[in-house]
Design a protein around this ligand. Structure first.
Ligand SMILES: CC(C)(COP(=O)(O)OP(=O)(O)OC[C@H]1O[C@@H](n2cnc3c(N)ncnc32)[C@H](O)[C@@H]1OP(=O)(O)O)[C@@H](O)C(=O)NCCC(=O)NCCS
Length: 190
């Protein structure tokens, strides 16, 4: 099975149905932190929920309509990255992420997302990667900013979550912007 090193003992690997127990343990360790702004913690409430959610991503993968990838730190599943939406004909996809709290603050999501962005733009020919985050989710908005995304707008009070109507910020990165940023990095390396 492939594993891509993210440095500092972290690896990006496919997250599959047989990881359900590991996923449940990851969510259990971060349930309150992960559930603050997104529904994942509520969906993965038990082993059956974990299996069902992973199966839905296996189905998406089979249809080339999305994917989920785990982040393992020193052999423990600590979070993941996903393409919740993947639409090859339009060249548009939507990415997302989660981490348990002990794995946050190390750049794991930013580093992992750069690997997936490169794959999406350069290998899969995507044109636009979107990032939806609650306006109250500052760490997620900071990830979008670190990835070089542009804030395009706000869907006001569109997301009822745990009894509160949250607003959603839309951030996005286009392939020419990704390439220009890479060209600048390569130039400054010389
Ligand atoms: C969103 C979430 C994944 C962000 O986690 P994060 O650890 O802040 O993000 P990263 O992994 O990119 O790490 C960035 C942090 O590591 C630091 N860092 C350390 N080394 C780094 C490196 N090599 N590269 C980038 N950042 C690095 C950064 O300074 C930053 O810390 P700061 O925010 O204190 O400045 C996390 O808050 C989370 O899981 N939240 C719950 C689920 C959720 O809301 N998901 C988002 C859905 S839209």
């Amino acid at each position: 099975m492939y594993a891509i090193s993210l440095g500092d003992g972290a690896e990006l690997r496919p997250l599959e149905v047989w990881h359900a127990a590991e996923l449940l343990a990851n969510i259990d360790r971060g349930r309150e932190f992960i559930g603050r702004h997104i529904g994942l913690a509520d969906v993965v409430s038990d082993l059956e929920g974990a299996r069902g959610w992973l199966k839905s991503y296996a189905d998406k993968r089979g249809a080339d309509a999305g994917s989920v990838h785990g982040i393992w730190l020193d052999g423990k599943l600590v979070g993941g990255l996903l393409f919740r939406v993947w639409d090859t004909p339009s060249g548009v996809c939507e990415a997302g992420c989660w981490l348990e709290p002990d794995a946050a603050g190390r750049g794991l999501v930013t580093r992992g997302m750069r690997v997936l962005l490169d794959w999406a733009f350069e290998q899969r020919g995507m044109h636009r990667v979107e990032w939806y985050a609650s306006s109250a989710n500052e760490p997620s908005i900071n990830v979008a900013r670190r990835l070089g995304m542009t804030r395009e707008g706000v869907l006001r009070e569109n997301h009822p979550h745990r009894g509160v109507r949250a607003s959603t910020e839309i951030w996005a990165l286009l392939r020419p912007e990704w390439r220009a940023a890479h060209a600048r990095t390569a130039h400054s390396d010389h």
